[in-house]
Each structure stands twice: as structure tokens, then as C-alpha cells.
Design a binder for this molecule. Sequence first.
Ligand SMILES: [Zn+2]
Ligand SMILES: [Zn+2]
Length: 346
Amino acid sequence: MRAVLLVQVGKPLENAKVPTPEIGPSDVLVRVAAAGICHSDVHYRNGISKIDNLPVTLGHEVAGRVEEVGSKLTHISVRDRVCVHYLVHCRTCEFCVRGLEQFCRSGQMIGKHRDGGYAEFINVPGANVVLLPDEIPFEAGAIMMCSSATAFHSLNKARFKAGEVIAIFGFGGLGFSALQLARAYNCGDAYVVEINPAKLALAATMGAIAIDARAADPVEQIKDATAGRGVDVALELIGSAKTIRQAVLCLGPLGRTALVGLTAESMSIHPYPELINKEVAIIGVSDHLAAELPALIEFARSGKLRFPPETLRVIDLDAAQINAALDALQDSIDHVRTVIVPSSDK
Ligand SMILES: [Zn+2]
Ligand SMILES: [Zn+2]
């Protein structure tokens, strides 16, 4: 089968012909119909996130059709439409038994620790496939498995409730899902903080109040707009000390900020006025949980979470096209999600 491999860190991905995986009795072979290209893949290629077991097929946002089912599995059939939960976990360690598989002692990420979806086929444990309803296109199903799932997890970690006012810092793939999900939860006002005019305009068309961080301090703008009160929940999806601090400062009493964006920077907090006095919480968010996927899929099935065609770019399973998409993500010029749809004629 065709696959696109990371052979050497710091080098472009390479086209390869590799054996089609052989599945075990508890595994499923999925014919990849769509594989999302994620910012994490940029970090794998450039070595910011370390991968030891090279070469590896990248791609952790995967949807497709079941091609072959292991003999022990009964919950899934050939031809089923599925998407793939990217964390393969042991189900027996102290975290897995509590449904906290993102801390699994022996967890493996698909498309990093084991071969992923930049290929014609992928072999995954049967426990990692989730049925994808006919109403959801494969491209959306793939993207949902990472950016939407993480956005959903951040809302859950922030204990977001109907009617609450939210501020979303950063309107890339995560923010695009987070805003739709907050609205699906019947949020109060939703503020989107960005510096990119196109993203601000898009957020406004989706019902958000656009906060242009270039125009004035976004905290001041949010405080002004909320009569000094601030927001209930702030999601930080950018990963910079400056915006993390803004996400804390824009909270009102009992507010929660969920930190999703990654940064190596430090930031300072003045505990008494900024945290203690308001009883606000700063919450770290890592990955998402398999248990969250059914609710997420239902939001998409019912049309509350959508990825209109103009927000997606489709490319072939081809190293040159994938490398170009990763370059665009690296330079932060990509405003849409790029999805690999393998052509069937090669
Ligand atoms: Zn991802
Ligand atoms: Zn485990």
C-alpha cells in the first residue's frame, strides 16, 4: 500500500510502498478515507515533539471504512464507516480503569508511537474505532478526532454550562470547533480574541463577538463589553504567556480558564487580586477522552458542529502535497484544515 513516512526528523516526509498491515484478532483494518493534517505533525517533523521509532507513518486524525475485522470482535463489521480514537491504551492501569486513558502508563499515540493514517490502510485496535454516522463526511470525522475533541474536552474541563459567557483566545482549528460547541451548549455571549482579520470576520459570522487584540488590550475590551464583570470561562488555545495571562485576567468571579495552547514560556500571576479574591481556577487540558466522543459525534450528526467545504482543503496522499501543507501550518498561514483523501487510482 502507499504510505507517507517520517523517516528522519528535520527532513520532509517521504512517499513509500509498505506492506498492508496484518491485523490481530482484536484489531480492525481501516481503509483511510480522510486523514487530517495537524499542527502536532509539524512538531513531529521538525523534532519539537520527539519520536524515537522512525520511520513512522504520521496521521492521528483518521476516518474511513472498515476493510477487515479481527475474529474476536463483534461490535464492528466490514464496510462500517468509522473514525479512530488516536490513543491506544492498556485498559488495565490505574488511570485507564478510571476512564482517564490519556495518562495511561503504556499509552501509544497513533501516528506517533505507531503507524498512523497517512496511508491507504491503518491497523487499529477494535476498541479505538467509533462508528461514524452517514450524516458526517469522512473529512469532518477525521478532524473531529483531534481538534474538535480537544476543544470539547477543554469545555468539559472548564465545567462550562449553558448560559455562561465564554472568551476563546485563538480562532484556528480548535477555536473554530470550540465556538460551535459552546453555542451547542447554549452559551451566553461568546468573545473570540484574535489578531487575524479574516479569522475575526469568520468568528463574527458564526455569532461571536470579535475582539481584535491589535486594536486595544483584549482584557479591557472584554471588561468593557461585560460591564466590568468578565467572563465565566476562557479557553486559551494559542500557547503564549501573554495570552494565557489575558485569559486569566478576563475572568469574572468563579471563572475558569482552560489552558490548551502549548508554550515553554513562564508567566506571572498576582495571587490575591487575580485568583484568590475571585476564586478563579486555572485548569490544564491534555488531549481528550474516548468517553467524550459519542457526545461530540452527536453534535456533528445534528449539524451543531460543522466544517463547511470552504474551511477545508483536500489533498492527495502524496509526500510533496503533505509537506507543503505542513510548511503552511509551520508558518501559521493556513486558515483552513487540510485533509488527505487518498485517491484510489494509483
Ligand atoms: Zn491533531
Ligand atoms: Zn492504561
